[in-house]
Every structure is written in structure tokens, then in C-alpha cells.
Design a protein around this ligand. Structure first.
Ligand code: C2E
Ligand code: MG
Ligand code: MG
Ligand code: MG
Length: 288
């Protein structure tokens, strides 16, 4: 009876699985040409100073305009495939260059953009050529004008700590700053964190979500902030969605906040409008 049951299950599932594989292949092929066809776009999510409410950073987030689908496709649906296929290497380079093109364009327009952060994948960081591609992206501009920051997730920094530290050192020498992203979700030891050349620590949004609901998460956030400050790192809270979270973060001396409460990721034209207007949370009601 068991074998028969299995057979039926196989018959039932096999076509569905093939369909999934076929869909993955289809998307993969489309992704291969998406870069050439200019189908990727960057949106930017602002970061604000938790005390003054001033605009103090922009995070570039990739979107895919697949002509066969309505609207923009979010990274969860294609970044893992870009990573599996290695396409994240050319796409990641495009992201860095595109973000800096926007940055320079905004500077030339007199908009004084804040620093721009781009997300970097483990595969990019692992390449020997990574330092070189950062250098070629920031090249030209003088030190002070290089408003680039790299966001690297905690988990990927914890393998090959020594060689990562060397690369990050070289990158920071170019005037590019380094943030550790989604902090709290990996298994990093404090020793490693202290040894890595970092500027900023971004608290993962799961802790921000939990901090107004349970004391454990609140205590984790409080100790991460104080640890970071002892290491002279700036702290950004991601995924801030409520006033209550914002107020608590401010009380805990978190430096910067980012989240739907303040702004979703915006297309470049809306970022420009934000920079032309007050550039400040006005009033910083969410914070007071
Ligand atoms: P991340 O770097 O941690 O980015 C934060 C994600 O949370 C973004 O999703 C953002 O839209 C979303 N978010 C922001 N505020 C809130 C909030 O208040 N509540 C909630 N629930 N979500 C919020 P998005 O744009 O879909 O990006 C997801 C992830 O994809 C990013 O996580 C990053 O790991 C990856 N990613 C995005 N762009 C790139 C890229 O250019 N290269 C690489 N390698 N990865 C990227
Ligand atoms: Mg990020
Ligand atoms: Mg993050
Ligand atoms: Mg996160």
C-alpha cells in the first residue's frame, strides 16, 4: 500500500516539479539579457538622523522591470538566482556604478546628496577582483566626494574573516565606508566584529519588530547599540514601522533610522524631490 501511495505521489508531483524547473530556467535566461536590455533599476530608501530628523543616507535597492510582468519585481524573487548563476557579479558592478552615477548627477545639480549605500553579495566580496572594481567605480572623484558605503550582511563576513578584513581595509582607504547589514541574524562573535574594519552596524528589522513586544528583543537592541558605540560604530535601525519603535530607538541612542514609517524605497525622481524639499522629517513628529 505504501509503494502504491508513493507512486501516486510521484505521478502527482513530477509534472509540477518540472514546471518549476522550467520556470527557473526561463527566469534565468531572461535575467541573462536583463542587464543588456537595461531592465534593472535602483530605488533608494532614505535613512534619517534619529535626533535631528535630517536625511543622512540613501540605500540603493535593485528592482527588475520584466516587460512580461506588471510593475517592478522585488529582489527576493531574482537576487538568489543572480547569485546561483554568478550573474550577481556583473549586476553588482552595475549597481555600484549606477548608484554613483546618480550620486554624481545629484551633486552636479547642487542637491548635496548624502552618502549612498549599496548591498554587496558574498560572491562579490569573495572575488579577488572586488577591491579593484570598487576602485574603478569610485575612481576619479577625490576622497571627500566618494559618498559610497557598502552594506555587507553579517553572515557573509564571518567566513574568511582575515581576508575580508584585508579587503575591507583597502576599500576603506579609498574613502568608502562599510556597514554590517542585518546584524543579529548571524552568529558572529564580538571578537570578530571588533577586528573587522567597520563604520556602521545595521540592526536587523526582526529585532526592531520585536522590541516593542518583548523585553528580550528590547534588551538585545539596547546592548547592540551600546556595544556598537563602544566600538565607535554608528548604529542604524532598519525596518522601523511604528512611532513606538522610533521613540524607543531614540531613547536608546540609536543614531539613524530607516523604515516604512519614514519612507519606502523611492525611484530617483522622488529622491530628488526629497532632496530639493526640506531633507528633514518635518516635523520629526515620528521621533518626538
Ligand atoms: P536589505 O539590504 O536588508 O534591505 C532592506 C529590505 O527591507 C528592502 O527590501 C526594503 O524595501 C525593506 N524594508 C525597508 N523598510 C521596511 C519596513 O519598514 N518594513 C519592512 N517589512 N520592510 C522594509 P527589498 O528592496 O525587497 O530588498 C530585499 C533584500 O534584497 C535586501 O535586504 C538585500 O539583501 C537584497 N538586495 C536588494 N538590492 C540588492 C542589490 O543591489 N544587490 C544585492 N546583492 N542584494 C540586494
Ligand atoms: Mg541593506
Ligand atoms: Mg538590511
Ligand atoms: Mg534585514
Amino acid at each position: 500500500a505504501r509503494a502504491k501511495h508513493m507512486r501516486e505521489r510521484m505521478v502527482f508531483y513530477a509534472p509540477a516539479m518540472n514546471a518549476r524547473v522550467a520556470e527557473t530556467l526561463l527566469i534565468e535566461n531572461k535575467l541573462r539579457s536583463a542587464l543588456e536590455r537595461g531592465q534593472f533599476a535602483l530605488h533608494y530608501q532614505p535613512k534619517f538622523d534619529a535626533h535631528s530628523g535630517a536625511l543622512c543616507g540613501l540605500e540603493a535597492l535593485i528592482r527588475w522591470k520584466d516587460p512580461d510582468e506588471e510593475g517592478l519585481i522585488l529582489p527576493a524573487r531574482f537576487v538568489p538566482l543572480l547569485e546561483e548563476t554568478g550573474l550577481i557579479l556583473p549586476v553588482g558592478e552595475w549597481v555600484m556604478n549606477e548608484a554613483l552615477r546618480d550620486y554624481r548627477r545629484w551633486r552636479e545639480a547642487g542637491l548635496s546628496p548624502p552618502r549612498i549605500a549599496v548591498n554587496v553579495s558574498a560572491l562579490q566580496l569573495r572575488q579577488d577582483s572586488f577591491t579593484r572594481s570598487v576602485r574603478s567605480a569610485v575612481g576619479g572623484a577625490d576622497h571627500a566626494e566618494r559618498g559610497l558605503e557598502l552594506e555587507i550582511t553579517e553572515s557573509m563576513l564571518m567566513t574568511r574573516v582575515e581576508s575580508n578584513a584585508d579587503k575591507l581595509d583597502a576599500i576603506r582607504d579609498m574613502g568608502v565606508s562599510i556597514a554590517i547589514d542585518d546584524f543579529g541574524t548571524g552568529y558572529s562573535s564580538l571578537q570578530y566584529i571588533a577586528r573587522l574594519p567597520l563604520d556602521t552596524l545595521k540592526i536587523d528589522r526582526s529585532f526592531v519588530a520585536g522590541m516593542t513586544r518583548n523585553t528580550t528583543d528590547r534588551e538585545i537592541v539596547a546592548s547592540v547599540i551600546s556595544l556598537a558605540h563602544q566600538l565607535h560604530l554608528k548604529v542604524v535601525a532598519e525596518g522601523v514601522e511604528s512611532n513606538e519603535q522610533a521613540q524607543l530607538l531614540q531613547q536608546l541612542s540609536c543614531d539613524e533610522v530607516q523604515g516604512f514609517l519614514f519612507s519606502p524605497p523611492l525611484p530617483p525622481s522622488r529622491v530628488e524631490a526629497l532632496m530639493r524639499s526640506s531633507r528633514r522629517l518635518d516635523p520629526p513628529a515620528a521621533l518626538h
